[in-house]
Design a binder for this molecule. Structure first.
Ligand SMILES: [Zn+2]
Length: 145
């Protein structure tokens, strides 16, 4: 059975990213991806996806080192301050459903719950810049990784 997530490599900029279902648009260069875009690997969870995307974007000789690091990192950091970017990101990955769609109001309530001073717009913009989110035409956001 194929995994829920696919890691694809953009033919234009050679960067890898995760996608659910058909490849759509490269979050790195904005290129529209053809349905024939090669799939590098498939995984079952967004946590695995983050690791596989990071690995795919790393030169081959550094991958096994990085994999060890990423796989051992996933839990211990959660204990840090509840309003840390990591905690907020975790909450965001929980609030998006299977369709990975994020609404502005979801983000607002997450920030409120974490008693974060950060504004929704700042957070969304930051996540958009680092390739985590893509702004959609209907005003919602698509979580990529
Ligand atoms: Zn690209």
């Amino acid at each position: 059975m194929a995994g829920a997530w696919s890691v694809v490599r953009c033919p234009a900029c050679r960067n890898c990213h995760g996608t659910r279902g058909q490849p759509r648009q490269c979050p790195h260069c904005g290129q529209s991806l053809p349905s024939t875009t090669p799939i590098i690997t498939t995984v079952e969870t967004s946590a695995q996806l983050r690791i596989e995307v990071a690995l795919a974007n790393t030169p081959e000789e550094l991958r096994s080192e990085l994999r060890k690091k990423l796989e051992s990192m996933d839990e211990p950091l959660i204990a840090s301050s509840s309003s840390s970017p990591r905690a907020i990101f975790k909450a965001i990955t929980k609030v998006v459903g299977d369709d990975m769609i994020l609404n502005r109001s979801d983000v607002q309530s997450i920030l409120d719950n974490h008693e974060s001073e950060q504004s929704v717009d700042n957070l969304l913009e930051q996540m958009e810049l680092d390739g985590t989110l893509v702004r959609q035409q209907d005003g919602t956001w698509l979580l990529l990784e």
